[in-house]
Write a protein that binds this ligand. Structure first.
Ligand SMILES: C[S@@+](CC[C@H](N)C(=O)[O-])C[C@H]1O[C@@H](n2cnc3c(N)ncnc32)[C@H](O)[C@@H]1O
Length: 256
């Protein structure tokens, strides 16, 4: 079992552990490690979008559960109205990615969509992306998260506590039996690229090939051949300190 999966089980079974899981060291290493300085870079990126139009208090619900480390971003974000400017940098990353995913998806006028996310952590991206899509009048019929069993159970508890009713969580070992015939959008940030090649192949054959559009943040080398005809943009802000830069891979509309 992965170290962070153990923490997930603890948080699912014990409400005290749930109330502080975002500061559990085993969890921080994998899922809650965005620094204050990276948060500043995400704010710069967020400000390229219509960030003032959003209900930031809705986004900040993401910091109410799990007691994450927060920092004050008032000097950077005072033009957006919210009850507190103490924000987790990870939440800023999810807002930044949510806005990027919207920008990409907006070219497509579809409604009542089915989304699937592979390796979605505790469900923070799912929460924020849904907030952003709803505020842009895009209805999400279902949002499926595929992850390790313990992580799925945490996602379920986390997102149910936040009031979402359209969530389906599927463990990696059982997902084949329950996946839909088709998805409108597949998301995988800092996840698919980290898996072993046979696991990447599994998700490509069973999920990506059923998804009309994809938005993948790939953070390893090499990039899977499946994405040969996709679009590539360097991640911005760039979070890979090595010579191999992270890329955001999106499906080419011309091929969908
Ligand atoms: C580095 S985290 C990225 C989390 C999230 N996407 C984010 O942006 O914060 C990698 C995710 O992949 C998940 N994962 C690991 N092995 C997996 C597998 N075989 N199938 C699906 N998810 C897996 C982990 O549990 C974790 O949620």
């Amino acid at each position: 079992m992965y170290k962070h999966e153990e923490t997930c089980y603890e948080a699912v079974n014990d409400d005290n552990a749930f109330s502080i899981f975002k500061q559990n060291q085993k969890f921080v290493e994998i899922l809650e490690h965005v620094t204050y300085e990276q948060g500043l870079l995400y704010v710069t990126e967020i400000k390229k979008y219509q960030y003032k139009h959003y209900d930031w208090n809705l986004f900040l619900e993401n910091d109410i559960i799990g007691n994450p480390l927060t920092y004050n971003y008032y000097n950077q974000l005072y033009e957006a109205k919210m009850n507190t400017y103490n924000i987790s940098p990870t939440t800023l990353r999810y807002i930044c990615f949510g806005l990027k995913i919207l920008e990409y998806f907006k070219q497509n006028m579809q409604q009542n969509i089915d989304i699937v996310e592979i390796g979605g952590g505790y469900g923070g991206q799912c929460k924020i992306l849904q907030d952003i899509f709803h505020q842009n009048n895009i209805q999400i019929k279902s949002y499926t998260l595929i992850d390790l069993d313990g992580v799925c159970k945490l996602q379920n508890k986390y997102l149910t506590t936040l009031g979402f009713t359209n969530i389906i969580t599927l463990s990696n070992t059982e997902c084949l039996e329950k996946i839909y015939e088709k998805y409108d959008l597949c998301i995988s940030n800092y996840a698919l690229g980290e898996f072993q090649k046979n696991i990447q192949d599994f998700y490509i054959n069973n999920i990506l090939l059923r998804s009309r559009l994809h938005f993948i943040t790939w953070n390893t080398y090499p990039i899977h051949d499946f994405f040969m005809y996709s679009n590539f943009v360097e991640e911005s802000p760039q979070t890979n300190p090595t010579v191999f830069k992270n890329v955001i891979i999106t499906s080419n509309y011309a091929f969908t």
